[in-house]
Design a protein around this ligand. Structure first.
Ligand code: TXA
Ligand code: MG
Length: 358
């Protein structure tokens, strides 16, 4: 990092310490940062995002030892997971201390804590006083920004500083694990998978039922997961089945929709996208490389908004490992509209509440 960059981050840190907001890169998505210990800063964050104030913020730290000021009952599990995955894309839910204002935790007695691995993020957090509350830097209801240009689109004129650090490496938000319950429970799937967490802890790790099914009738445990997030402007439908079936179904329906006056977009993979026909066809990445799909998913969704498509078809993805996070975000974007094609090409529309989502 050059001396100029270091000085710029120092200045941006000063903005945070004096109650202002700074958007900054992390290894997952861009964050919109303010002083987590200052209630006025948290109120500003909610206002800039247009976000409901019952949706708590993640507190970002730059050194493990800083956790003791904001969280109580730090157990061996917290230490073990920090050893294994911090700095990195993992957020832990812990009992909050009195130092954390309820404005930051959306009224909850727990606090979400994460130590990002991005060096720019960590420097900024340190210069910003050590405790930076940061939701994703998008307007509420839009896909999280993976590039500074999307932060500019959403936040220009609303915040003091935007730090450009290039494209996020991971592209989807951090995994959230609740350590206030036993066994620990995943509230949001991400790059750090249940298998990885369970192996590090050498114990069972559960997943919030609402991530696995859309028919549980329960509210998600992470308040933010209950909102219709990541929603593109166009109506999105996920189509699952054998590649040939999916291609034929999507092409047939896209042609019908276009005749009916819709502007149609298709989200395909490297392996299949040359076979599709619609107004806009985009590849989100290769099926051989899940990381590439995660990295590009939000960008593709935003590009479809820019192209003003009114209808979008997407291929589905295997909901295992990191793929679970990809499908979780895609299903939310689609409002859980999925078409499953069976062997005989019969379609099986989900949204009917009886069906398991995966
Ligand atoms: O990767 C990330 O985590 C990014 C970057 C910027 O670090 N941040 C992010 O923040 O995704 P946000 O605010 O967009 O999502 C935070 C999620 C929300 O769903 C929120 O409800 C949940 O974390 N959350 C925060 N505090 C919580 C708590 N105490 N209990 C349960 N869920 C909590
Ligand atoms: Mg968000």
């Amino acid at each position: 990092m050059s001396a100029e960059e270091e000085a710029a981050l120092m200045q941006a840190g000063e903005v945070i310490r004096t109650g202002g907001l700074v958007a900054f890169p992390t290894e997952t998505v861009y964050g919109l940062g303010g002083d987590a210990l200052n209630p006025a800063s948290s109120r500003k964050i909610y206002a800039a995002k247009g976000r409901p104030s019952d949706n708590p913020l993640i507190v970002h730290i730059s050194r493990f030892e800083d956790i003791t000021l904001i969280a109580e009952k730090i157990t061996w599990e917290t230490k073990r997971l920090a050893d294994a995955f911090w700095p990195g894309p993992l957020t832990m839910i812990l009992q909050k201390s009195d130092q954390v204002p309820y404005e930051t935790t959306g009224g909850l007695d727990t606090v979400a804590v994460r130590m990002p691995s991005d060096p720019i993020a960590r420097k900024l957090i340190a210069y910003g006083g050590g405790y930076v509350a940061a939701p994703s830097a998008n307007t509420s209801g839009k896909p999280s920004p993976t590039m500074a240009k999307y932060v500019i689109e959403d936040m220009m004129g609303k915040i003091g500083v935007i730090v450009d650090g290039g494209e996020g490496e991971i592209g989807l938000e951090s995994t959230i694990i609740d350590l206030t319950v036993s066994p620990p429970q995943i509230l949001r799937p991400g790059y750090i998978t249940r298998e990885m967490l369970s192996e590090a802890l050498n114990e069972r790790v559960d997943t919030d039922i609402t991530i696995l099914r859309d028919d549980s009738g329960q509210a998600p445990k992470a308040p933010g997961m209950k909102y219709r997030h990541y929603a593109p402007k166009g109506d999105l439908i996920i189509v699952e089945g054998k590649p040939e079936q999916v291609i034929s179904y999507i092409n047939t329906h896209a042609a019908q929709d276009m005749t009916g006056g819709e502007k149609v977009g298709i989200i395909g993979t490297e392996e299949q996208f040359a076979h599709y026909h619609a107004d806009v066809v985009k590849s989100v990445g290769s099926r051989q490389d899940e990381d590439s799909i995660a990295r590009h998913l939000y960008t593709v969704l935003r590009e479809f908004d820019d192209e003003q498509v009114t209808k979008i078809y997407s291929e589905g993805f295997a909901a295992q490992g990191f793929g679970q996070a990809i499908m979780n975000r895609l299903l939310k974007a689609a409002g859980h509209k999925v078409v499953r094609l069976d062997e005989n090409n019969n379609k099986n529309e989900s949204k009917d509440k009886e069906k398991k989502v995966w």
